[in-house]
Structure formats: C-alpha cells, structure tokens
Write a protein that binds this ligand. Structure first.
Ligand code: ZN
Length: 293
C-alpha cells in the first residue's frame, strides 16, 4: 500500500465519522426542537383549558344550570308579557311550564323530583326562603338545581300581612324578603347564583299598589310570573289526584302557553300523584316542557 492510498483511506474514515457525527447531531437537534415545540403547544392548550374553567367559575349562574338554561330555558319576561296581556298563543308551538310553589319540603319535593326524572321533564320551583331553615331542605334545593330545574323567588316569609299590609304592597318589606331569599339561595347554590324570576305570594294580580314592585323588577331585570292554569291543590276543598288532574286539564285547555300552578310543600301528597297523569297528558298533546329563567 502506498502512502497516497493510505491517506485516502484515512481521509475516507475521518470523513465518514465526521458525516455520521453531523447527521447524528442534526437529528438530535431536530428532535429536541420538535419536542420543545410539542411541549409548548401542550402547555398553551392547558393554559387555555384552565383559563376557560376559571372564566366559567366566575360567570354568573342565572336561574338554572347553564346547559339546562340552554336546553329548556324560556325568557320569563316574554312569558310575563304574554300572561299580562292574556295572550296564550305561541305560533303553533305548545309549551308548558310546570311550576311548584312554597317548597322545598322534605316530604314531597324529593318525590316531585323523582317523578320529573321518571318522565324526563324539567320544572320551575318557586322557593319560599324560610322553608330552607328546615333540616334537610337545603340539600333538596341543591338536588333540584343539580337535576336541571329552575329556581325562582317566592318571598321569604310568605306572610301577607308583612308583604301587603291592608292588602297593599309594602315595597321595603317585599324587597327585604327578596334579598333575604337571595342570600339563603346563595348559601346553598353559591355566590354566583341568582334568579330573576319571582312569583308574588298570592299572585301579583291579587294586591293593591303593585306599581312600585313593577318598577323595582324592571330596574333589576326581574320578571314576575303568575299562572294561567292550575291543579287547584290550594283552592277550595281538598281534592284527590284525579280531581287535581281534571282541574289541570280543564284550566289549560286551548292554550299554547301553559303556566301551571302547583305546590310541592307539606301536605301536597295528592299533587305528587297527580303528576303521573298531568305530565303524560301534556306530552300526548304535543307540549314541550320548559323552565322560566
Ligand atoms: Zn305560595
């Protein structure tokens, strides 16, 4: 082997090693860069996810759980306008609002919730603030909310003498009770919760000097909702579930918008039973079940 040939071989070896090294290094650098890029992308995705959760945590919850509002929610103001002008039409689309007043009770509200679940429908519950003072009642309110129903105001005491002395509105007392109930609801459902829907004990239409309340509600973007149908579980003589059903059917006849007044408080066992007739009746007649928010 001559010298030239020897150095040529050496050179080839050196070049090969060098080339291998360069290629190897390039691959390593490239892989590291790609890894870093992916890591950065993942971190960015995670940041956006956490930001979304944080944002949702701070968003107000009005009347019901967000997905329930989306799916079943109906603007209470619109219904207020309809009811106050006795216009129960809805462009051929039938909607029914099952509403329950004076609860939660520890006896009947859980059964009402079970029945609503059984039929897969949602309802609106008008809460009497002081009913939440009973043992076990806050948990039932929480369950009501968690199962996608709407939560609304029905004063704290339900005491006509305080709310409407001499049958005439006392705005200060009334507003105090709205605030007191709001606080009681927040204690159970969290500070982000509030409801813009109110049903006056005895009904808005029953009392004198209600204009100041109307103005208050307008200023606070709230709506008062009475009813245009009922099962009459709080009127006249005590009825059995079948009579309650007949009353509900009769009073909602020929109405495309039905807001049906019922009670889930103590002693309303027959109302619970009547739901197994009332709900299928509205379903068979093409009504959609909505909630007031
Ligand atoms: Zn009531």
């Amino acid at each position: 082997m001559n010298r030239t040939k020897l150095s040529k071989t050496k050179l080839t070896v050196v070049l090969t090693i060098l080339l291998t090294f360069i290629v190897g290094a390039t691959v390593v650098v490239k892989n590291t860069a790609e890894k870093k890029r992916l890591e950065k992308l993942e971190a960015e995705k995670e940041r956006i996810r956490l930001e979304k959760i944080e944002k949702e945590k701070n968003e107000p919850i009005i009347g019901a759980k967000k997905n329930s509002v989306k799916k079943y929610g109906f603007d209470a103001k619109e219904i207020y306008n309809k009811l106050s002008t006795f216009d129960y039409s809805n462009n051929g689309e039938k909607v029914v609002f099952l509403t329950f007043d004076d609860g939660p009770s520890t006896t009947n509200t859980p059964k009402v919730l079970d029945t609503l679940n059984k039929h897969s429908v949602k309802a609106t519950f008008f809460i009497k603030g002081d009913s939440l003072e009973s043992n076990g009642a806050p948990e039932i309110l929480k369950r009501t909310f968690d199962e996608g129903h709407a939560i609304a105001h029905h004063s704290y005491s339900h005491n006509y003498k305080t709310l409407y002395p001499n049958r005439s509105l006392n705005l200060d007392n009334f507003v105090n009770e709205i605030n007191q109930t709001d606080m009681a609801m927040k204690k159970v459902l969290g500070d982000k919760f509030s409801s813009r829907v109110l049903r006056c004990p005895g009904g808005y239409m029953s009392w004198k000097n209600m204009d100041p309340l109307k103005n208050y509600l307008t200023e606070h973007d709230m709506a008062s909702i009475d009813w245009n149908a009922l099962n009459a579980d709080a009127e006249g003589k005590k009825k059995d579930y079948n009579e309650l059903f007949e009353f509900a059917k009769e009073s909602s006849k020929d109405k495309e918008i039905v807001v049906i007044l019922m009670h889930d408080t103590y002693g309303k066992e027959e109302t619970v039973k009547s739901l197994d007739l009332i709900i299928p009746y509205f379903k068979e007649n093409g009504y959609k079940f909505k909630i007031l928010v």
